[in-house]
Design a protein around this ligand. Structure first.
Ligand code: SME
Length: 149
């Protein structure tokens, strides 16, 4: 997986608009069509201390996730990347799509606060490596620098 190219593609997508809506919509499509072995890629946005479903690719998903609940809610509450090799062993995991077996969630910041998370699911166990985590953190950093909320 070439994360340098993924970053360049994100930057070129942002040339038309840096508004969060089209940028997150295209970012989810970019990840979903570029990374192999995924069944869901998208964003949850912080609203009233919970996570609200944002732009995504994949099957319909849970609309609202409380802070601290599941993989996404934990990433939000702890402000930490969650890289989960087997979601069935994760306490409180929310199964939106029963096909999901591994997951990675990366917090997104604005003015030092978590304002959203990037959530990616796979039907494969242990789909996401340390290298994927580093590459996706870099992708999110670029997003944080260019996005207009
Ligand atoms: N599995 C996630 C919920 C979101 S879906 O995967 C799209 C979780 O436990 O937070």
């Amino acid at each position: 997986m070439n994360y340098k190219t993924l970053n360049e593609q994100l930057l070129s997508l942002s040339e038309a608009s840096r508004n969060w809506m089209p940028l997150l919509a295209n970012a989810s499509a970019l990840i979903y069509q570029t990374m192999e072995g995924l069944n869901w890629a998208g964003f949850y946005l912080v609203k009233d201390d919970s996570l609200l479903l944002g732009p995504f690719q994949g099957k319909t998903a849970c609309v609202c996730i409380p802070k601290g609940k599941g993989v996404c809610g934990s990433a939000y509450e702890k402000d930490e990347v969650q890289r989960v090799e087997d979601v069935h062993k994760f306490p409180g995991h929310i199964a939106c799509d029963s096909a999901s077996n591994s997951e990675i969630v990366i917090p997104i910041h604005h003015q030092d606060e978590v304002v959203a998370v990037l959530d990616i699911d796979s039907p494969l166990f242990s789909r996401f490596s340390v290298e994927d985590e580093e590459g996706l953190k870099c992708f999110v950093k670029t997003l944080e620098e260019i996005i207009e909320w």
